[in-house]
Design a protein around this ligand. Structure first.
Ligand SMILES: [Zn+2]
Length: 414
């Protein structure tokens, strides 16, 4: 028997982010202004959000004066678990060495595949767990990871096992996506590899399937085939598309009922309205856009058109070694010309919907999992104090999982 979780009351917050009403699976971005940021209290009990009336008897009392209380951030697009980093490649990239030259010298996805193959399970899990802890300190209480650096049948199967092992270690909600079509492994063709990807999808324990469509990777035909595989195996389809150039992959992804399309830096203007009308999330990754010097996704246009817009870090060792959702929110507000509410919605409820979890987490509603973030100031400071980590404390599943030392005075355990 484990001891029951202490109850908690976050008292007197200047702002509490609440959805327009309870029970919404997502909120389309043309309605983001309906989220409320009124002041109040939030009570947690038994690992759940218990309500919004002050409880002076709760075991843990948190002084939230001057602060915003938000649902925990949901980072629905990362590439955990991976091994090592590619910092020397980043320096070559920013000083003008073309990707083709970097790749020819053994860099790019192949370098991460090599690092993963050469690193034992324990070391891979240890590095990934450190990153998950860093994410928690930045307010991320639920996240997604992917396979994709295996680049062989056995390597991808191992990557899927490592992903589940990481989830067990982290002990917070972690979804796992099979990105079995990430790069074409050496010695094979994209067409031939799709047979392996299908076999992997059938034998591996993953929650969703994903594919990277780009001139250097897979094509729209392969996206359609992945859609077929997803349908046949009962998994949601996700896709990395329109990152470096427009390939008109959105209509294909929508035909196959994709849950999300991710990146969209080079989204074709004709595809904005159909995507915004579909029940398919537009997952934007402004960290990758900035660090990869990519085009800026049409975030403002997608929001105005009523898309289910989402933000994520794309945490990976190549194009976005970024763990911080506050930083991503700061980038999104500036680059997409979004309001704070739009960015927060994209980082919480709508991101939870991508992972199929929005009935359980992603917003502050009685009965939902008590994943709650206390900021050290108002919500407007998240994008404005760019680069500052505004997270003062984090409750994960009702447990006080992180307190920033300079904010510890706010927490009183009775
Ligand atoms: Zn990615």
């Amino acid at each position: 028997m484990t001891a029951p979780l202490p109850s908690a009351c976050l008292r007197g917050a200047a702002q509490v982010l609440r959805p327009p009403r309870d029970g919404l699976p997502y909120v389309r971005h043309d309605h983001a202004g309906e989220l409320s940021l009124d002041g109040g209290d939030v009570v947690l009990a038994g690992g759940r959000i218990a309500g919004f009336e002050r409880d002076a008897t709760a075991d843990v009392q948190v002084d939230a004066t001057g602060c915003a209380v938000l649902p925990g951030f949901v980072d629905c697009h990362t590439h955990l678990p991976f091994a090592g980093w590619r910092a020397e490649e980043y320096e070559r990239k920013v000083t003008g060495v073309p990707y083709a030259e970097i790749a020819a010298a053994g860099g790019g996805i192949a370098a991460s595949a090599r690092a993963l193959a050469e690193t034992g399970d324990e070391a891979v899990l240890a590095q990934s767990q450190v990153l998950a802890t860093e994410m928690l300190a930045h307010g991320t209480t639920a996240f997604e990871g992917k396979t994709g650096y295996g680049l062989s049948h056995a390597g991808e199967a191992r990557s899927a096992r490592l992903g589940r092992a990481l989830a067990a270690r982290v002990g917070r909600p972690m979804a796992l996506t099979g990105l079995f079509a990430h790069a074409v492994p050496p010695g094979t063709t994209a067409d031939a590899w799709m047979d392996e990807a299908e076999a992997l999808a059938r034998e591996c324990d993953v929650d969703a399937l994903d594919i990277f469509v780009e001139s250097v990777a897979f094509k729209n035909d392969h996206l359609a085939r992945m859609g077929m595989i997803a349908r046949a195996t009962g998994r949601p389809l996700r896709a990395h598309i329109e990152q470096f150039a427009p390939h008109r992959s959105v209509p294909v992804a929508l035909d196959w009922g994709a849950r999300s399309v991710d990146h969209l830096s080079c989204l074709h203007p004709y595809d904005i309205a159909p995507l915004a009308a579909a029940e398919c999330a537009a997952v934007l990754l402004p960290g990758a856009e900035l660090l990869g010097r990519e085009a800026t996704a049409p975030g403002r246009e997608l929001a105005d058109a009523g898309a289910i817009a989402v933000l994520a870090t794309d945490l990976n060792p190549g194009t976005s070694p970024v763990v911080s959702m506050p930083l991503v929110i700061g980038l999104a507000v500036r680059r997409y010309r979004w309001t704070v509410r739009e960015a927060l919605l994209a980082a919480t409820l709508n991101a939870a919907w991508v992972l199929g979890w929005s009935a359980e987490l992603g917003s502050l509603e009685a009965g939902k999992r008590a994943d709650v973030v206390l900021l050290d100031g108002p919500a407007e400071h998240v994008p404005y104090r760019f680069g500052h980590n505004p997270v003062a404390a984090v409750f994960a599943g009702g447990a006080l999982a992180h307190v920033r030392p300079d904010q510890a005075w706010r927490v009183e355990r009775r």
